[in-house]
Design a protein around this ligand. Structure first.
Ligand code: HEC
Length: 256
């Protein structure tokens, strides 16, 4: 038993160390808001349009997304289910096999169902805003949060393209930027060289929505329990009043 546990922990180590890996990487803060339906709906749309070609959310059904986020079934069917092989009650999967993924990208695109918990909302939010041009890479891009990432910058038509004016390994270090003097905030290390269809602020908002959706997908039951909590409390409160009145009623005729 002990041996099995040890083997399990050892098998887990690369994941754990990878997760801890970015310890010195600056992550921008992001506060998920699972009550913001509009944000979650926009995030869901971005997710199916830009991510599901390669990634899956294999623990989640389209129908569940629809019900939780208040999206009508026909809207889901027309806009969010892009593959003719998939239907409303299906899991959010795609047709790419792990072997295909590996041969195309070097690493198979991981399932994203639990990614927001495996990493963190801040990680995803920063990762998707940290691609920069790098000719040495197969896809022409690299990422300051995930060095040598095998994923192309699939959102470049929205964000545009950025180059890095700092040393990617020392973003936190002050460097001289010929144009703007000293740089201290890692975000200042990115310089836009091509605009996208969204402004930088709009892009940040889009990534916020997308990350928000991924936080929801990672724990849909938390979402439900959140929305249940006030109702449960109300129930307990009302129940307490009745229980109290009932107690009084029972004890009224008992002489002390
Ligand atoms: C063209 C295929 C492709 C598309 C489209 C794509 N990805 Fe990826 N993604 C990959 C690959 C390949 C990896 C694995 C990279 C690696 O391990 O080097 C990956 C990895 C990731 C990771 C894991 C990073 C980590 O630290 O392990 C996240 C998060 C991610 N993608 C999010 C997204 C999101 C969100 C979208 C949609 C906006 C998206 N991806 C679209 C191919 C893709």
């Amino acid at each position: 038993m002990k041996k099995q546990l040890a083997a399990f922990l050892i098998a887990l180590m690369p994941t754990l160390s990878m997760a801890a890996g970015g310890a010195n990487v600056h992550l921008d803060s992001m506060e998920p808001d699972l009550y913001n339906y509009e944000s979650l709906q926009k995030g869901a749309r971005l997710f199916v349009n830009y991510c599901m070609g390669c990634h899956t959310a294999e623990h989640q059904r389209f129908a569940r997304t629809a019900e939780d986020l208040g999206i009508p079934q026909d809207v889901i069917e027309e806009n969010l289910i892009l593959s003719p092989q998939l239907a409303y009650n299906d899991l959010m999967i795609n047709g790419m096999t792990a072997e295909d993924g590996e041969s195309w990208f070097g690493t198979a695109p991981p399932d994203l169902s639990l990614m927001a918990r495996l990493r963190s909302p801040e990680y995803i939010y920063t990762f998707l805003r940290s691609f920069y041009l790098d000719d040495a890479k197969a896809w022409g891009v690299n990422n300051t949060v995930f060095a040598d990432v095998g994923m192309p910058h699939v959102l470049s038509d929205l964000q545009g393209e950025y180059e890095l004016v700092c040393d990617p390994n020392h973003l936190e270090v002050r460097v001289e930027d010929p144009l703007r003097g000293k740089v201290t905030n890692p975000r200042d290390c990115f310089r836009q060289v091509e605009t996208g269809s969204l402004s930088p602020a709009e892009y940040d908002q889009a990534i916020y929505d997308l990350t928000n959706f991924m936080v929801y997908v990672a724990e849909p039951s938390k979402y439900q329990s959140n929305s249940l909590a006030p109702k449960v409390l109300l129930f307990i409160f009302v129940f307490f009043i009745f229980a109290y009145l009932l107690k009084k009623e029972y004890w009224r005729d008992v002489k002390h």
